[in-house]
Design a protein around this ligand. Sequence first.
Ligand code: SF4
Length: 330
Amino acid sequence: MTRLVYIEDAVAAHPRAQRILAHFAKATRVHCSRYSEVFNPRAQNFRLQKSDPALLLARKLNKLVLPAPTGYAIGGLNNYYFSHMLNCVYDCRYCFLQGMFRSAHYVVFVNYEDFAQAIDGVLAQHRDEDCWFFSGHDCDSLAYDPLTGFAQWALECFAARPRAQLEFRTKSTQIRSLLARPALNNVVVAFSFTPQSVHAALENKVPGIDKRIAAMLQLAHAGWRIGLRFDPLIYSEGYAVDYGQLFERVFSDLPVSSVHSVSFGAFRLPRDSFKTLVNLYPGEPLLAGPLNTDAAMVGYRDNLETELLEFCRARLSDYVGDNKLYPCQP
Ligand code: SF4
């Protein structure tokens, strides 16, 4: 339960901030002029904060929509991302956010309407072309949705902008806002999965695989386009059995016609982020695995990475064909 909420003065009276605050009647409230005063200072203890994160309600002022990183594309030419939230309610040991942000506190930017304006600006730059907007780069798109109301806003926003394609990316089962309305053709709900052994060892607080599959099937049956994200792929000696079982479990009841895209990529982190993780979790076996730690992008040693990727590509192709497969690494 969040015990401390920081509120930027500029959003204190914002109706969305007020609605979120109503969920935290007993929390201590602290006003500040900019969330970055709390979020950005050096020498914060990410691990300690992760066990009791504060919530920061803020306004996103600039860089509201940014070009998506290489490897994000799922068939589109123009790829962007935007973040209504920084950080995640879950705690995956491989998560790159731990190496990216100095703080584990949750930031929610409540000025969603300014994101819509920025999206319109991008669409105007690409007249007559579709543009993709990814909403799960700096957070899980839906995990905090009962508090943020992000999905309902985003669905209204994208329903009015058919040239804009939206990806929600999630490990959650928070799909109520989606089920409450007819499916949209320009929205993909992408679920991320790892095998049971990886989930149990590395995905703290993440809903179980069967619960996520059940949520995914509900959406598929309601007509929503489904994405599957197997990223990161985690190597182990038994990876072939583990991933084989996972794919069988995920695809067994899912109509292929509902699947928009399947992307996959081996575990990798920029070297600085990797070092940050090692400092945070020095005993973590994942970080002591068969990795090439000298490279600018730390990942599995070449032969293992290729073996893992090729195995998963072949198996996934058996389920959905090659034309829906997107490797995350360029
Ligand atoms: S669900 Fe995604 S964003 Fe959240 S902790 Fe796990 S990897 Fe990070």
